[in-house]
Ligand binder design. Structure first.
Ligand SMILES: Nc1ncnc2c1ncn2[C@@H]1O[C@H](COP(=O)(O)OP(=O)(O)OP(=O)(O)O)[C@@H](O)[C@H]1O
Ligand SMILES: [Mg+2]
Length: 338
């Protein structure tokens, strides 16, 4: 991305707390993040690292007793944490749109696709005539690669991929500036996925929409996204252009994650790398850097102090002591030389 990119969404020091049987956990812990207008940002990380929680928190969709404990979410210059209920409804309806892990749950099972879509148009253009609204829907679904006959289908009659595209379409009809797609492609096969990637990029070009793509599928993100953020145990540990993060991963966790992805270049007998250890229990997260118990290059400082998320290369931010200085680090280096 170019340096002059306009920031659409700014997250500062965001912490989200869940009440669990074992106590309170910060599923998102002091996260700061910028999303640029018009970009596709991929968000990856092992299951349970807080991706969906972050996505929901961006729309203030965390419900009591769970809460956004602290932090700021600035969308197009306004702090949405200060919005009242009416402003929030407007924000969720028109500015943003969230596609959940299973879109079946967010579509009305007894409403056909065309009904969903016309309703979306009428939310902000109530007077638009039915025929005109349908015309707009037909043009849009063509662009999304959905056949016209599908307009008469009910959600359960569509494949997972098509439901996802209907949801993206609804976001576009509502004129959403930001679409958060959580696991938009889990249930799709490889060919359908490749097609969706092309379409996502086309949609972005055409509608100027911004997409946050939350997924397990790193290969897909590599194709579709401009930038990539990697999460570990409630923290963003690395963020940068897809090119930089893939070609020059800096965080030891990102390196492990990329090594554990199957590649076509692999020999059929070659064993896939498996990262040692498990993600931590968030009720008692490790001190210092949360990754240090699993980290192959951990230093003494890593279990004591938490690093900042800082530039390790231009526009490539990493949350790791390998790239940051601290008096304690030098002291320990001297001690170990003795
Ligand atoms: N409603 C909830 N109440 C209590 N704990 C929750 C709740 N939702 C999520 N969690 C916990 O918060 C942590 C982060 O969960 P989250 O769903 O955000 O992870 P994720 O990265 O989206 O995982 P996945 O890749 O499996 O979708 C996990 O430890 C999870 O068990
Ligand atoms: Mg999730």
């Amino acid at each position: 991305m170019e340096s002059e990119k306009e920031i659409l969404l700014q997250v500062r020091n965001l912490t989200v707390t869940y009440h669990t049987r074992l106590g309170l956990i910060n599923a998102v812990d002091n996260v700061s993040l910028d999303i640029y207008r018009g970009e596709i940002l991929g968000l990856v990380g092992e299951s349970g690292c807080g991706k969906s929680t972050l996505g929901k928190a961006l729309m203030r969709m965390i419900t009591p007793p769970n809460e956004i404990k602290s932090g700021q979410i600035i969308f197009e210059g306004e702090d949405i944490m200060k919005y009242n209920q009416r402003q929030m409804r407007d924000f969720r309806g028109r500015m943003t749109s969230m596609i959940f892990q299973d879109p079946m749950t967010s579509l009305n099972p007894v409403q056909r696709v065309d009904e969903h879509m016309v309703e979306a148009i009428q939310v902000h253009e109530q007077k638009m005539q039915m025929e005109k609204a349908l015309e707009r829907v037909r043009t849009l679904i063509g662009r999304l690669g959905i056949q016209e006959r599908r307009l008469n289908s009910y959600p359960h009659q569509l494949s997972g991929g098509m439901r996802q595209r209907v949801m993206i379409g609804l976001g576009l009809l509502l004129n959403a500036h930001l679409i958060v797609a959580d696991e938009a492609t889990t249930s799709l096969d490889v060919i359908v996925e490749a097609k969706l990637v092309d379409q996502l990029r086309e949609i972005r070009e055409e509608f100027g929409v911004t997409l946050l793509m939350i997924t397990h599928n790193i290969a897909l993100v590599a194709e579709a996204a401009d930038r990539l953020a990697v999460m570990y145990a409630g923290k963003i540990v690395e963020i940068g252009s897809v090119f930089d993060v893939f070609d020059n991963p800096k965080h030891p966790y990102t390196r492990g994650l990329l090594k554990s992805v199957p590649s076509i270049r692999m020999d059929e007998n070659e064993e896939l790398y498996k990262m040692p250890g498990e993600p931590p229990n968030l009720t008692f997260p490790p001190t210092g850097c949360r990754f240090h118990p699993r980290c192959p290059v951990a230093m003494p400082i890593c279990s004591k102090l938490e690093p900042a998320l800082q530039e390790a290369a231009p526009k490539h931010l990493v949350h790791c002591w390998l790239y940051q200085d601290h008096p304690l680090k030098q002291e320990q280096a001297v001690l170990s030389e003795k």
